[in-house]
Design a binder for this molecule. Structure first.
Ligand code: ADP
Ligand code: MG
Length: 234
C-alpha cells in the first residue's frame, strides 16, 4: 500500500526577482512500512522534497497525497493537525528545548495532544526505554552527547506514534558510530513496528540502512534501485 505519494512535483524559489527551480518534476511513491533514503549532493533539492512531501512547504506545481488524500484539499487547521498527530520530524540539529529536561522534551507533543496524565507518564517511560535513555530522564540537553540528544529528538518525534517519520540528515552532525545507533533505531522502527521512514542524507553509508534509495540530482530523480546495484556491483 502506498502511504505517501508525490506527483509531478515542482518547486521554485524567488531569487533576485526571478524564479529558481529546485524541484523539476519529481514523482515518488512511498510504501507503508518502508524505510526510504533520499540521497544526492548538497543543493540537489533533498530537503525541499522532504518539506514538500510533509506539507511544511507547498509545491509550486504537482500534488502530494497522504493515504490517498491530496494535502492541498486540507485547510490550515487540518494540515496542522495532520502534522501534529500523524507526522514525526527529526532534523540534523536536534532542536531540543534547552530549559526542559529530557523527559519534558519528549512529553511536549503529548501535552499538545491532550493525553491523560497517567497514560502520558507511561508513554514517556516507554519512549525513554526505546532510545535507551531512561537513566538520563532528569538531565538537560547540554548535559548529553550529540548522539544522546538526537535520541531524545527521535523519542519526541515518536511520542505521538506517527504514521511517517521524516528525517532530514539525522546523522549529519554525528560521528559514524554514533550515527549508526540512530540508523539502527530507524531500521528497527520500520522492520519491527511497521513505521514508514523517509530519510534525507548525503551519505551513501547512512542511506544503505534503508530498504530503497531515491537519488536526486539538480531537482530530478536520476535513478532508484539501479543505483544501489551499480554501487554494490551486484
Ligand atoms: P539539499 O537538501 O539537497 O542540500 P535543498 O533542498 O536544501 O537541497 O536546496 C536546494 C536549493 O534550493 C538550494 O540551491 C537552496 O539554496 C535553494 N533553497 C532551498 N530553500 C530555499 C528557500 N526557502 N528560499 C530560497 N532558496 C531555497
Ligand atoms: Mg538539505
Amino acid at each position: 500500500m502506498i502511504i505517501l505519494e508525490g506527483k509531478k512535483l515542482e518547486k521554485s524559489f524567488e531569487l533576485d526577482g526571478g524564479m529558481v527551480p529546485v524541484l523539476r518534476g519529481v514523482d515518488v511513491a512511498i510504501e507503508k512500512g518502508s524505510f526510504v533514503s533520499i540521497v544526492g549532493p548538497s543543493g540537489s533539492g533533498k530537503s525541499t522534497l522532504l518539506y514538500v512531501l510533509s506539507g511544511l512547504e507547498n509545491s509550486t506545481h504537482g500534488e502530494v497525497r497522504f493515504e490517498g488524500s491530496p494535502l492541498s484539499s486540507l485547510g490550515d487547521a487540518a494540515m496542522s493537525k495532520l502534522r501534529r498527530t500523524r507526522f514525526g520530524f527529526v532534523f540534523q540539529f536536534y532542536n531540543l528545548v534547552p530549559t526542559l529536561t529530557v523527559e519534558e522534551n519528549i512529553a511536549l507533543p503529548l501535552e499538545l495532544g491532550n493525553i491523560r496524565a497517567k497514560a502520558y507518564r507511561d508513554r514517556v517511560s516507554e519512549l525513554l526505554e526505546q532510545v535507551e535513555l531512561t537513566d538520563k530522564r532528569k538531565q538537560f540537553p547540554y548535559q548529553l552527547s550529540g548522539g544522546q540528544q538526537q535520541r531524545v529528538a527521535l523519542a519526541r518525534a515518536l511520542a505521538i506514534d506517527p504514521a511517517i517519520l521524516f528525517a532530514d540528515e539525522p546523522t549529519g552532525n554525528l560521528d559514524t558510530r554514533t550515527g549508526e545507533e540512530i540508523l539502527r533505531l530507524l531500521q528497527t522502527l520500520s522492520r519491527e513496528r511497521g513505521m514508514t521512514v523517509l530519510m534525507v542524507t548525503h551519505d551513501a553509508h547512512a542511506a544503505s540502512f534503508g530498504d530503497r534509495t531515491i537519488r536526486l540530482s539538480d531537482g530530478r530523480i536520476i535513478c532508484e534501485e539501479a543505483c544501489r546495484l551499480v554501487r554494490t556491483g551486484v
